[in-house]
Design a protein around this ligand. Sequence first.
Ligand SMILES: C[S@@+](CC[C@H](N)C(=O)[O-])C[C@H]1O[C@@H](n2cnc3c(N)ncnc32)[C@H](O)[C@@H]1O
Length: 264
Amino acid sequence: MAFDILGDIAIVEPGTDGEKFLKEHKNVNVVLIKKGEVEGEFRIRDYEVAASRPEARNFDDIPALLRPRKITETIHRENRCRFKVDPTEAYFSVRLGTERARIAKMVKEGERVLVMFAGVGPYPITIAKIAKPELVVGVEINPYAVLFFEDNIMLNKCEGNVKAIEGDVKNVVPKLKETFDRVVMPLPKDSENFLYLATKKIKKGGMIHLYKILHENDLKAFLHELKRSLSRAEIDVIKAGEYAPGKFRYCFDIRLDARKPKKR
Ligand SMILES: C[S@@+](CC[C@H](N)C(=O)[O-])C[C@H]1O[C@@H](n2cnc3c(N)ncnc32)[C@H](O)[C@@H]1O
């Protein structure tokens, strides 16, 4: 059965024998069984602790004030970043590490980047670690996720150029003083409904990365609507993971004001 490894926590499907799983996986200290679906505004689900060996957990390499304290908290490592996470309190997907690195590698020195729906900060922090942005602002509505985001800024020593803001993007983004070279929108449920916020804050020629989970049969119609709502945009479609059979997490890399009239 499929499972995800988040730091020293394994996230497993219902029906998995937790104790047996723990015995068979020496790198795992906590087994969490999924209960229900990812839902609600915060995009989280319930879990049951199926088995654990708390005595084997070791976070000595983490500064004392930032160490996990609860059984459901851990430190996950990816792209040379460390993220303190608790899947029961805030969304985090281990399957997006490659995609986060793809975006970070596109960021040019001195860019200002806005990450809406920032969660515990994986996009802003990966961008700050891999690239050399002037500023990365992350906006997140879940107050628990923002606490982790703030800890993760310290854990990765990004205080100089990453800023976490708590609130609804609808209220926060219009009040931001800055304009941005790039806007990342990782809310695949309905990020297109917030596109109007991004187009107001982006510099001419800037890039928006909009995520959407779609069945492949619906891709053409979605792309058509996107092109209609954004004049003169050039859009690349990237498959960033399979969600269910035939259903994919797509990233639409949108370069605004890019299309020029053809020479006559
Ligand atoms: C799919 S998660 C992505 C989190 C993070 N970017 C990541 O990749 O791990 C979407 C996040 O958007 C947040 N969110 C949902 N609606 C929001 C809104 N209107 N304003 C700000 N954040 C919002 C949720 O709380 C959740 O943490």
